[in-house]
Design a protein around this ligand. Structure first.
Ligand SMILES: [Zn+2]
Length: 64
């Protein structure tokens, strides 16, 4: 059974978070979530993830 089709470049991130292809896309998602949120777990900024090479959202405010 050939598994190459199933796992071609589809590395799932260890964090389990949603990955965005660009910082702009991540920031856009933050704004849309903030507009519809009701006060809990609102993402505040985006950070680049070296594991999956995409952008994730975080609710942490402090800089790394
Ligand atoms: Zn990641």
């Amino acid at each position: 059974m050939d598994m190459t089709i199933l796992c071609r470049e589809r590395k799932r991130c260890r964090s389990g978070k949603v990955g965005f292809f660009s910082e702009l896309a991540a920031l856009f998602a933050i704004v849309s979530i903030q507009n519809g949120a009701h006060g809990e777990r609102i993402p505040r900024r985006a950070y680049f993830c070296p594991i999956c090479r995409r952008w994730h959202l975080t609710s942490m405010t402090r800089e790394d």
